[in-house]
Design a protein around this ligand. Structure first.
Ligand code: CMP
Length: 131
């Protein structure tokens, strides 16, 4: 999911290019703006965290681009491509090093397991046909 900072800055295309060049196939993609309530449902696992309110407000502040991606070893390889959550700790050449502004406005989200990738993909694309 490309986050509001990266979409607003016009970095959607550059990020998609990096994703495709890294060998991921885009199975589904769209551009949407979430309500704070819907953003809160997506990040429900973080509901007890002190930054949850800020996270929901931020994630509903502008358009985002969720995608379902396919690749062998996708979860691990995608996390390598995007870099550390805090861009200050992200390696050179990663999406967050290049495009993230802060730990909150960190350009992109990646699922942390195959199970969560399934849940998060369904969150945005349930009922749609994938090809
Ligand atoms: P993401 O991979 O989307 O998963 C949860 C998000 O919470 C994370 O990226 C960060 O953008 C955000 N986050 C984590 N820690 C903090 C923090 N200390 N302050 C604000 N946002 C945070």
């Amino acid at each position: 999911m490309i986050k509001p900072d990266a979409v607003a800055d016009g970095n959607t295309g550059a990020i998609i290019k990096m994703i495709e060049e890294a060998g991921f196939r885009i199975v589904a993609m769209k551009k949407v703006k979430l309500s704070a309530e819907t953003a809160g449902k997506f990040y429900e696992v973080h509901a007890e965290r002190p930054f949850y309110g800020e996270l929901c407000a931020y994630m509903s502040s502008g358009a985002i681009v969720p995608m379902i991606l396919e690749k062998d070893n996708a979860v691990e390889d995608f996390r390598k491509l995007i870099g550390a959550t805090n861009p200050a700790n992200a390696e050179e050449g990663t999406i967050r090093k290049l495009y993230a502004k802060s730990i909150g406005a960190n350009a992109i989200h990646g699922s942390d397991s195959d199970e969560n990738a399934g849940i998060e993909g369904s969150f945005f694309f349930a009922g749609t046909e994938q090809f």
